[in-house]
Write a new protein. Structure first.
Length: 685
């Protein structure tokens, strides 16, 4: 019985559920179809729809609006055949509003899909780009449909610009070729199902002020046959490109030199003639039809190769400036060469972070090396200039001759070496020895461009010591070629004999000349004379000289001498000369001073005046003082004597003191101080 009761209840419940479902379906008829949102000519939002089939004449339509706070019923309209509604409270160009709709026939139908007006925003902050954005007309996108953008240029009509997927809500229209301000209008259209929904129309002024994209350089390479640089770059793909300009760039000096112009229709490459003799940086600028330019972003710098040859080791150093310009970097450098003008051969390769290579070569051949850079990317290779060299052995020097060892200062000797300018890479080692001692090295010196290689030795005492010098010559492979002659300086010494009034000179022999000594010339300077001048000579082998000083007793007494040895002509040309040190000797001063004067006596005894020799007469001074210390007379002129007067009157007979000061020729001071007697002639007292 319980089982029958349960089955009966189940049937009753099923019948009731069927009745409720049927009642519900009858209470919620289908919503209107093809519900669309548009913009009318006045700029207000207009809703359109299609009436359901077999409508009830009592049908009304409910309009709901969501302005951001939820859906609110804004109107109920009829009759049943009404198919549009204008919302005068909302501007289609300001804000997008979502709408839904149902119809009311006693019981409301289900709502339509939620749709919105399309609000187009146009941003012209970049004058050459129209930046557009808009909202989606659906909260939930349908499966099909697309977005069309229309554009109208002032004076024209709307034309299709682009078709975009329905999911797109922004687009940038880059405007090319509008060199002056122009008004451009845009509108967004939704196409899908049975709806075509248009946005508001927006317009603004635009002008093409945007530069083309920066050209990207592929490779800069040197044509090894012509020495020209060839520059390749990737073409710029904008519709209004006009031409490219190539610049030679020096960033350090801030110099940008225009070297070529290439039309946009031409190949993106340029030949820079005769420019491959240095590392050169090139950049490319793109110009559009409005004159907008895209300055270079990336530049390319060619390699410059140099080759140096180490003759004795039979290898060559190849060095180069790195290639610059590939963002991926250099994978490796390959070193190649043309040998004696024949076809290229490879010598090896190094990694991209190395910029030198040692190449084994053969002597007496010509090599023209160049470097090939390979990119880590897929750019074409870059070549350097040709760096050529000849592997000749250095020519050996045939001249290694000391032309003179001469004194040029109190502590300086100059050594002059004749060298062979036709030799290549010669080096010299100079050696010095004090007389009787072993030679020591003074250093290594390179061949100069002057026929005479001069060494100044400042670590010597040429006034007292004799030094011997010799050179060793080495060829470019550091092999000893020859040793020069040995030469030495002349040391002059002397003394003054004040008793015989003679100056005695002696010196050592000069040695080492191929042409031997022709003569020795004696140079002299007296006292304060400016320079030494020749005044006598003696033949080779004579190493002493006596100078008679008596005839110069009224000079200052200082005598300076120098010896100049003169060479006969030698196998290398005219003879040379060697100077000794300079010496100065001083004759002792001579001073004859009278002990008395006789006033009114004989003429020669009336004036007190000393007679001197070999003194510096400019330093002479004489004073006469009486026994009370009173100065009666003074003079700086040795020719001016004292006549025995004071203030115009004769002094009385008495003794007086004289003080005479002077210097000898070398500046040594002297003082003569004694008693002078003044007498009067008896007949004239």
């Amino acid at each position: 019985m319980n089982i029958l009761l349960e089955k009966g209840c189940a049937k009753i419940l099923s019948a009731m559920l069927f009745w409720l479902i049927a009642l519900t379906l009858e209470a919620q008829p289908s919503p209107p179809t093809n519900f669309c949102v548009g913009v009318n000519t006045a700029g207000f939002i207009e809703l359109t729809w299609e009436v359901p089939t077999n409508p009830d004449p009592a049908l009304n339509f409910q309009i709901f609006r969501d302005s951001g706070t939820g859906y609110v019923l804004i109107d109920v309209i009829g009759p049943f055949n009404t198919t549009n509604y204008i919302d005068f409270t909302a501007s289609a160009a300001i804000v997008h509003i979502y709408y839904v709709q149902s119809f009311l026939n006693g019981v409301s139908s289900a709502a339509t899909v939620s749709i919105s007006n399309i609000v187009l925003n146009l941003n012209a902050s970049v004058s050459s780009v129209a930046q557009m954005s808009w909202n989606s007309p659906f909260q939930q996108l349908p499966a099909t449909g697309d977005i069309e953008i229309l554009r109208k240029i002032a004076g024209g009509v709307f034309e299709e610009l682009v078709i975009l997927p329905l999911t797109t809500t922004s687009f940038n229209d880059t405007l090319y070729g509008f060199c002056d301000d122009v008004v451009i209008s845009y509108q967004v259209i939704y196409h899908g199902g049975d709806c075509t929904m248009a946005s508001n129309i927006e317009e603004n002024e635009f002008q093409d002020t945007q530069a083309p994209p920066q050209p990207v350089i592929e490779t800069a390479t040197v044509d090894i046959n012509t020495g020209d640089i060839i520059l390749y770059w990737y073409p710029v793909t904008v519709p209004d490109l006009d031409f490219y300009r190539v610049q030679d760039i020096d960033f350090v000096a801030q110099q940008f030199i225009n070297v070529g112009t290439i039309n946009a229709a031409g190949l993106p490459e340029f030949v820079y003639e005769g420019s491959g003799n240095s590392a050169t940086t090139l950049g490319v600028i793109a110009f559009d039809e409005c004159g907008n330019e895209a300055s270079f972003g990336e530049v390319a710098t060619t390699m410059f190769a140099d080759a140096t040859y180490t003759e004795c080791e039979l290898d060559a150093m190849i060095s180069w400036t790195p290639y610059a310009g590939w963002s991926e970097g250099v994978e490796k450098y390959e070193i190649r060469a043309q040998v004696d003008g024949a076809e290229d051969i490879g010598f090896g390769e190094v990694s991209g972070d190395v910029s030198f290579f040692m190449a084994t070569v053969e002597p007496n051949r010509e090599y023209c090396f160049y470097v090939v850079a390979h990119s880590n990317g897929n750019q074409r290779e870059s070549r350097s200039n040709l760096a050529c060299l000849a592997t000749t052995y250095p020519e050996v020097s045939t001249v290694n001759y000391i032309s003179s060892v001469t004194v040029v200062g109190e502590s300086t000797i100059e050594v002059n070496l004749l060298q062979d300018l036709d030799a290549v890479g010669t080096t010299y080692k100079l050696f010095r020895a004090r007389s009787g001692s072993a030679f020591i090295s003074l250093g290594t010196f390179f061949q100069s461009s002057n026929p005479v290689l001069i060494y100044t030795d400042n670590d010597v005492d040429p006034r007292n010591l004799v030094y011997q010098y010799k050179w060793e010559a080495y060829d470019g492979c550091e092999v000893l070629i020859s040793t020069s002659n040995i030469s030495q300086n002349i040391v002059l010494s002397g003394l003054a004999d004040s008793r015989e009034l003679r100056n005695y000179l002696n010196w050592n022999e000069y040695i080492g000349w191929d042409g031997q000594v022709l003569e020795y010339e004696i140079l002299r300077k007296l006292g304060s004379e400016d320079m030494l001048t020749p005044f006598a000579n003696v033949s080779a082998g004579v190493l002493v000289f006596v100078d008679d000083a008596e005839q110069y007793r009224f000079d200052e007494g200082e005598f300076c001498y120098q010896i100049r040895a003169r060479e006969n002509n030698n196998s290398f040309g005219p003879g040379a000369a060697s100077f000794s040190n300079v010496i100065c000797v001083t004759q002792e001063p001579v001073m004859w001073i009278p002990s008395a004067i006789i006033l009114n006596g004989a003429d020669e005894n009336q004036v007190f005046k000393p007679v001197a020799g070999f003194i510096d007469f400019d330093s002479f001074r004489m004073e006469i003082i009486n026994k009370w210390g009173e100065k009666l007379f003074s003079t700086d002129d040795i020719e001016q004597g004292w006549d025995g007067s004071f203030k115009g009157n004769e002094v009385r007979e008495d003794f007086y003191q004289y003080i005479i000061t002077y210097r000898d020729g070398s500046g040594k001071p002297f003082v003569e101080r004694d008693i002078l007697y003044v007498l009067k002639h008896p007949e004239n007292q």
